[in-house]
Design a protein around this ligand. Structure first.
Ligand code: COA
Length: 255
């Protein structure tokens, strides 16, 4: 269990909080393992009715830790499917209980693609959501290459992936990526209220409803396809240039 993921069960709601505020909740390998354990527990523990993903500090998540990307890339890339992130993705694909997200501040990369696995999403009006995979010379992950276009349409999803520019919470609501956009200081309370409502609903009915709405095996197959593209990009010179540019606080040069 990573100290950077805080898990707490109360009244049927399993709160899973990213807790690495000084790094904008960027997610390390150890954190993916903790997220996977929490999500697996959510599915199998009858005491858990709802999962609530949230972030401590001012941001939901800055996405995958870039230092980890560099380390994996320099090791010549490992089998992506063996990486802790894939254990988490498998658990997300298989999760048949309701998932709620409370998003304030930045939601980058998997911080955004996690949201298309959540059933109710509450964002701050001034939150900034982005999926800058192409800016990092990577590829979409978490089955977002099918779930995001399904949610918001091809052109909007493509723009998010390819231009990597953030949209705010109001836009996320207008595009159908969120259920509610509220003032930042209302996000936690609104998400907790929605999670509480779901926790009181008939659990088997909720499970069957979610299973009918999502094909877990198809999502997993797409995650593996994406993993091949992502994994080969991760070890590419263009990705290394993008990661180095981030750590050196400069713009990347892909010429
Ligand atoms: N991986 C590792 N460290 C990260 C990180 C990431 N994904 N995102 C932020 N951090 C670190 C910064 O390096 C900085 O560390 P430092 O204080 O030791 O210098 C700290 O978190 C705060 O980030 P900073 O960039 O100063 O905050 P900001 O408010 O100016 O910008 C972001 C916030 C999220 C816009 C910016 O940090 C960012 O673009 N991060 C990278 C996001 C990304 O591309 N993720 C991968 C997606 S696949």
């Amino acid at each position: 269990m990573s100290e950077h993921v805080a898990v707490e069960l109360a009244n049927g709601v399993l709160s899973v909080a990213l807790n690495r505020a000084d790094k904008k909740n960027a997610i390390t390998q150890a954190m993916y393992t903790a997220l996977a354990e929490a999500t697996e527990r959510a599915r199998t523990d009858d005491a858990v009715r709802v999962v609530l993903f949230r972030g401590e500090g001012d941001s939901f998540s800055a996405g995958n830790d870039i230092a980890d990307f560099i380390a994996i890339g320099q090791q010549g890339g490992r089998q992506m499917a063996d990486a802790p992130v894939f254990r988490f993705l498998r658990a997300l694909a298989d999760l048949d209980k309701p998932a709620v997200a409370a998003v304030r501040g930045r939601a980058v990369g998997i911080g955004l693609t996690l949201l298309v696995h959540c059933d109710l999403v509450v964002v701050a009006e001034d939150a900034l959501l982005s999926a800058p995979f192409v800016n990092l010379a990577l590829a979409p992950e978490a089955a977002s290459s099918i779930l995001l276009p399904m949610a918001i349409g091809h052109q909007r999803a493509y723009e998010l992936f390819a231009l990597g520019e953030p949209i705010d919470g109001r836009t996320a609501l207008a595009w159908g990526l969120a259920n509610r956009a509220v003032a930042a200081d209302q996000v936690e309370a609104t998400a907790a209220e929605l999670a509480g409502k779901l926790a009181a609903r008939a659990p088997n009915s909720l499970k069957k409803t979610k299973r009918l709405m999502r094909d877990a095996e198809a999502l997993w197959a797409q995650m593996l396809r994406e993993g091949e593209a992502f994994g080969s990009q991760l070890t590419s010179p263009e990705a290394m240039e993008a990661f180095m540019a981030f750590t050196q606080k400069r713009a990347p040069n892909f010429s």
